[in-house]
Ligand binder design. Structure first.
Ligand code: ZN
Length: 64
């Protein structure tokens, strides 16, 4: 994953008329609302590994 995923919709106006910006990788311009924005891949979430495969919940127990 190199962070080159393309957005389908403008996050601001929802339009689909997006084009790559000359600002660099992950930068896009919306032709509908004239906004420029940048997308970046932050990493994978650790969430989802919280529950072991044995079904044991590893979340904090409020009864302590
Ligand atoms: Zn837009």
């Amino acid at each position: 994953m190199s962070g080159r995923a393309a957005p389908f919709y403008c996050p601001y106006c929802g339009d689909e008329d997006l084009r790559p910006s000359e600002e660099g990788h992950g930068s896009w311009e919306c032709a509908a609302c004239n906004r420029a924005f940048k997308l970046s891949f932050l990493g994978l979430l650790a969430r989802g590994l919280q529950r072991g495969e044995d079904g044991t919940a590893r979340e904090g127990n409020p009864k302590s």
